[in-house]
Design a protein around this ligand. Structure first.
Ligand code: BES
Ligand code: ZN
Ligand code: ZN
Length: 477
């Protein structure tokens, strides 16, 4: 299916279907672009708080969007993305395929408007038997709003978000661990990063007991994917490592999930999809940062060989874990990947995971819960990137008392704490397997939505791709 793209055009070639973006207190800028009758009508309606207008013309439609004044630049950006997304209903109603955006605001809002419109226009229609309806395909921007380079970069980032969403949206029936590995190989070829897909023998040779234990009941062997983007001009000598939870389907295992929290568990590889999206955009934009992506991939199924609550397993690091609940499987496979990451001596490592229901219960679907051992300065840069991309984060404490809950009677650790602060004890569990600056991003809330929220379309949102790209640019350019 063809997806929307931004296009750089010469001034004057915007299109017959045109959006004019204006500040509420500068409506005069529109006068030269509208007919006198339209201008008069707009002024009168704007005085009564009307902010969106459509003027049909002989050769297309002119949409006017009046944007509210907003002091906070990040909220202003987000309001503009949302305004872009809101235009979609009309675009679809008129079956418009090509649209120009002209900025008449003091600040240049065209790119953010285009971003919201493009992100919101995403659809996953692969499994419908009827052909897709006409879709918005091209958003044109003139040279006064964005250079061709900026537009190319924005397109790459959009495509990476769409890639990440596509991977999450694939149902488990069509996307098991082996197919996941193949998808990584395909993405590596298309986007220009390296990928090695390890099979079960290699995973056994590496003694990744966590991944093997979670995979124990599965008909499908696990995978361990190593992705790498290593440009000659990298600004970092030691890599930034991105680790993604790749549970292609989470039934909970013998600690079986109830049906209402299982039907969407294809999304449990969203962290892995974010890592792939981040490597993809870094490679295509030639980002001067050495990146390594590590993705443990398996389903979490039941069967006669299944891992059982109470079992003790030996992890890749040699530590033993009492598995008191097989539904807390993400931390088990991530621990092996976090341990494996030590060999890179990362300058910084992220793990990104749909890890806990308690993160969702505490902070909902708008927020990434994060915690970690990285320096304060890194955390504040990340939080700033969170506001800039509106993939916002809230930090939670890794105080040692939370770790006390993971003491086991018969092994080094158990995989679950009490029913309180589950997202923190999950983080504490992971902390046992790192010896480098590390950040844990629990995206269980924002990774998957049952219904759309603004330009965050329903199902996979691709959360984290825009955030990580923004952060890497901020930190390394
Ligand atoms: N995959 C789930 C977490 C999840 C919840 C992801 C909601 C996406 C949306 C994870 O493996 C899990 O099952 N966590 C459990 C652990 C439980 C044993 C306490 C949880 O947090 O609910
Ligand atoms: Zn689980
Ligand atoms: Zn899970």
């Amino acid at each position: 299916m063809k997806r929307v793209q931004l296009a750089a055009v010469e001034a004057g070639f915007l299109h017959h279907n045109l959006v004019l973006l204006a500040d509420k207190d500068r409506l005069d800028v529109l006068d030269s672009l509208l007919a006198p009758g339209e201008s008069a009508f707009l002024r009168q309606a704007a005085a009564q708080e009307v902010s969106s207008f459509s003027f049909p013309r002989a050769d297309g439609i002119v949409f006017v969007r009046i944007l509210k004044p907003e002091k906070d630049p990040y909220i202003a950006l987000e309001d503009t993305r949302l305004a872009g997304n809101e235009l979609l209903a009309e675009i679809r109603r008129y079956k418009i395929e090509t649209l120009g955006i002209q900025n008449c605001c003091t600040e240049n809002r065209a790119l953010a408007f285009a971003e919201g419109l493009a992100l919101g226009s995403y659809q996953f229609l692969k499994y419908f038997t009827k052909p897709a309806e006409k879709n918005l395909l091209e958003i044109r921007l003139g040279p006064d709003t964005a250079t061709p380079e900026v537009i190319a970069e924005a397109n790459t980032l959009l495509e990476a978000v769409f890639l990440s969403r596509d991977l999450v949206n694939e149902p488990h029936s069509h996307f098991n661990a082996v197919q996941f590995g193949e998808a990584v190989e395909k993405a590596a070829q298309e986007w220009g990063f390296e990928a090695e897909i390890m099979g079960k023998e290699k995973i056994e040779a590496l003694k990744m007991g966590g991944i093997l234990a979670v995979n124990q009941a599965s008909q499908i062997p696990p995978r361990f994917c190593v992705l790498e983007w290593k440009p000659a001009h990298a600004k970092n000598t030691k890599p930034v490592v991105l680790i993604g939870k790749g549970v292609v389907y989470d039934t909970g295992g013998l600690s079986l999930k109830p049906s209402e929290s299982m039907d969407y568990m294809k999304c449990d590889m969203a962290g892995a999809a974010t890592v792939i999206g981040a490597l993809a955009v870094a490679a295509k934009t030639n980002l001067p940062v050495h990146l390594v992506g590590l993705i443990p991939v398996t389903d979490n199924k039941i069967g006669e060989n299944a891992l059982a609550p109470g079992d003790v397993i030996t992890m890749g690091s040699g530590k033993t874990v009492e598995v008191v609940n097989t539904d807390a499987e993400g931390r088990i496979i991530l621990a092996d990947a976090l341990h494996y990451a030590k060999k890179y001596e990362p300058s910084l490592a992220f793990d990104i995971a749909t890890l806990t229901g308690s993160a969702v219960r505490a902070l909902g679907t708008q927020v990434i819960c994060y915690m970690g051992t990285a320096p304060k300065s890194v955390k504040s840069t990340l939080e700033e990137s969170g506001f800039a991309t509106y993939e916002r984060l809230v930090e939670l404490p890794l105080w040692k008392e939370f770790g006390d809950e993971l003491k086991s009677n018969i092994a080094d650790l158990k995989n679950l704490g009490s029913s309180n602060a589950g997202m923190i004890t999950a983080g504490k569990f992971l902390e046992n397997f790192v010896d480098y600056p590390w950040l844990h991003l629990d995206i269980a809330g924002p990774a998957y939505l049952r219904t759309a929220n603004g330009y965050r379309t329903k199902e996979g949102t691709g959360v984290g791709v825009r955030l990580l790209y923004n952060f890497l640019k901020k930190n390394y350019l």
